[in-house]
Design a binder for this molecule. Sequence first.
Ligand code: ADP
Ligand code: MG
Length: 395
Amino acid sequence: MSNRPEPILPPTYLGILGGGQLGRMFTHAAQDMGFNVCVLDPDPQSPAGAVAQKHIQADYQDEKALAEMAKLCVAVSTEFENVPAQALDRLASLGVYVAPASEAVSITQNRVAEKKFLATWKDVAGIGPAPHWVIEHVQDIEHVPADLFPGILKTARMGYDGKGQETVKDVEQLKQAWDRFGHVPCVLEKKLPLAYEVSALVARGSDDEVKVYPLAENRHTNGILHLSMVPAPSIDDATEKKILEAASAIIRCLEYVGVLCIEFFILKDGSVVSNEIAPRPHNSGHHTMDSCVTSQFEQQVRAMARLPLGDVSLLSPVTMLNILGDVWLNDQAKANAGNPAWDKVLKDGKAKLHLYGKAEPKLGRKMAHINFLGADTNATLKQAMAACDVLGIEK
Ligand code: ADP
Ligand code: MG
């Protein structure tokens, strides 16, 4: 007999906290499988709320809203990592199956806890975090090991897309940066000589089954993910294997149910460190929608519904290109009545456009992504670069 608890079958309602693009793509995947979806998000215009069967428009801590969600949904997940852990606890206490659980999400919400977790399990995972020092009190600054400079000061909470970070060269600069951050808890990390960055997308079912997707190699522009390439072009087989094994170990140590993403840095000397854990499907995993047997969103649905995980094989090499609001506001769009020239991009029949349905394009706002399929990473990257030229995206 299987040790998997009873599966949750469609057309049951699944719930998602957060109505952004991740919630929207989750909703589409759940609906494809015949589930109904309830989204909790205060924003009346939320991308997921617009496509879900039910949108509860309220704050994440609103007691009445959480009770309504608990009444409707058998299982609930979250699409953003800063969801209040209390909301997940409340739903669990109302009898909802919450995946991932709030204990696991809480660790990943706080860089201090996250680094401690990664350091604690370093021997099991085979890869640990960058050298770092926790700064919570002014005295902590006096004891910072000198070899952590130059370093990057990162706020413990609410950092994303390079926000809440400053590079500091010495103790003086560290003090000033910590002043600017308002003396909130922070981590100072040694600035490492990075060769490139990869992310491992991992799923774990409630029966401890674990599946790791092929690694994505990521490039960022101004702290925001620019593109992801799969198969990762720079990595060797031994390093990839080491990272995939580390990712499996980390998700098990977290006792996490669902999809998560772990970022790794490969240093110039070939060594590897773990960076962040995102407790949800991740931007660098959007390629799976077109490139893999099972998309990361379907995988999240399967995990939270206690269904068997889907196959994670890569069906085609792919490059995922992020499309920010900038693309609506540049000269190319102006010459095209304010519209990005999707028609030109889609002339490439292996370019797959995913627009998130956001009303207002803003600088830096994630509006869409395009997956370019092709024979190998060289080809897919070339297609993505051609689209950058068409759309006026900085390469
Ligand atoms: P977030 O993605 O939440 O903004 P990260 O910790 O991933 O924060 O840092 C953002 C980027 O900064 C990374 O993708 C990497 O390019 C760079 N970075 C972060 N930490 C280090 C480090 N210790 N050494 C060198 N570069 C780093
Ligand atoms: Mg990051």
